[in-house]
Design a binder for this molecule. Structure first.
Ligand code: GLV
Ligand code: MN
Ligand code: MN
Length: 407
């Protein structure tokens, strides 16, 4: 039986690893906190005799053996890293829900035909090393893991070095090859939006994920004295950043409020009050459910920035490009059956957030289960779902996994 209490206790134990004020969590990928959380997960998994392995992207796998070990497994899971100012449920819920599902099956002696694997993907958030979803992109073959080697975190640490150091710490874990061919994948997650709560529903049956593109714009001017340099002699990177962001706001204007456009990180050098900035960089996070809009407006970003700036040199780098995906009827219908069987109310809805599931779609039938979260708040310490709401999602997940694993 899925235990609401055990699941909640485990989520709260995880929330203490990297806790920040206001009930938040800052557990960046490939840090000591990440390693500590993974060790705790491994401890719980080995207590139910599940096999633990790690791949070259540091994705962590827990396997509950089915009666036909040769059959392609059913995979569930999510991520354990958080945003710098993250909450207690984004990502970790899907991992703990997967563990709870196999723990419940273990305790009841239920052994489906296919094995069930719970995966904790590396660096879904992209908060420390951009972009997100590196682990799932590398596993699915969408990108080689080496493609991310030179990405640096804000302290200048290279991703390749952080990954190597991390894998050295997990050298006691058996390695598995990167990539596999599951029978199906289903990921549980908090909704991170307001719809389920507003409609008073228990379960979101996710139909797909909108597309995302990330860019980093770097503007190079010239530093100068703030008190003496006339405007005509300045090449002020900050003023050009303001022009560029204004022009991008116009490009991304959408009266229907479907398009999502965010400038979430800026950096200025030398970052001092009384010097004109010679360097300003900012990120663009742009999302849309329609591939054509995603492609046309995304492709216009560099030109719009170039036309808007007055004095600075412009470099625009695209760091993430994920087209919209649709989930498989096999998984969608299994989730719906499980919700109905257990008397939970539900609706179909698309995901505005990206998830590792996006990169699993080309590999095997894929779907997701959402549970409501308070006011739709996420990427915020105030993120909250009730223990009973989280348990409902896990009950639906468990039944879905068993159905798929017997198929
Ligand atoms: C995932 O964290 C996202 O930003 O959608
Ligand atoms: Mn997430
Ligand atoms: Mn997130």
């Amino acid at each position: 039986m899925v235990s609401e209490e055990r699941q909640w206790d485990r989520l709260m134990a995880m929330a203490r690893i990297g806790a920040i004020p206001g009930n938040g969590v800052n557990r960046a990928c490939l840090t000591e906190f990440d390693r500590k959380a993974r060790r705790l997960l491994i401890e719980w998994a080995t207590a139910i005799d599940s096999t633990v392995t790690v791949d070259a992207a540091a994705n962590l796998w827990l396997r509950y053996e089915g009666s036909d070990p040769q059959a392609a497994p059913v995979v569930t899971g999510s991520h354990m890293d958080t945003q710098p100012n993250g909450g207690r449920f984004d990502g970790i819920y899907g991992v703990i829900a997967g563990l709870e599902a196999i723990t419940a099956l273990h305790d009841q002696g239920v052994v489906p035909r296919r094995s069930i694997e719970v995966v904790a993907w590396t660096n879904e958030e992209g908060g420390r090393f951009a972009p997100g979803c590196m682990g799932s992109m590398a596993w699915s073959g969408f990108r080689r893991i080496e493609a991310f080697s030179d990405v640096t975190d804000p302290e200048g640490v290279r991703f390749a070095d952080a990954l190597a150091a991390h894998l050295a710490e997990e050298a006691d874990l058996p390695r598995r090859p990167l990539g596999s061919k599951p029978h199906a994948y289903v990921e549980a997650h908090i909704e991170q939006g307001p719809r389920l709560e507003a409609e008073g529903l228990d379960i979101g049956v996710v139909t797909g994920i909108q597309g995302s593109r990330w860019f980093t714009v770097t503007l190079t001017g010239e530093t100068a004295h703030a008190g003496t340099t006339p405007l005509a002699l300045r090449r002020d990177a900050v003023q050009d950043m303001v022009r560029a962001i204004g022009a991008l706001n116009a490009l991304m204007h959408d009266p229907r409020d479907v398009l999502r456009f965010t400038v979430g990180r800026i950096a200025v050098e030398p970052n001092t009050s009384n010097s004109v900035a010679d360097k300003a960089s900012f990120t663009v996070d742009f999302r849309h459910p329609d591939k054509n809009v995603l492609l046309s407006r995304g492709d216009a970003v560099a030109g719009v920035v170039q036309a808007a700036v007055r004095d600075a040199g412009v470099a625009v780098q695209e760091t993430f490009h994920a087209l919209p995906v649709e989930f498989s009827p096999l998984v969608i219908e299994a989730v719906e059956r499980a919700a109905t069987d257990q008397g939970f109310s539900r609706m179909r809805l698309p995901s505005g957030a990206f998830h590792d599931a996006q990169f699993v779609v080309p590999v095997c039938p894929t779907g997701m289960i959402f549970v409501p979260c308070r006011k739709g708040i996420s990427h915020n310490p105030a993120e909250y779902s009730e223990p009973s709401q989280l348990a409902a999602g896990t009950r639906v997940l468990t039944q879905t996994l068993v159905e798929l694993a017997n198929g």
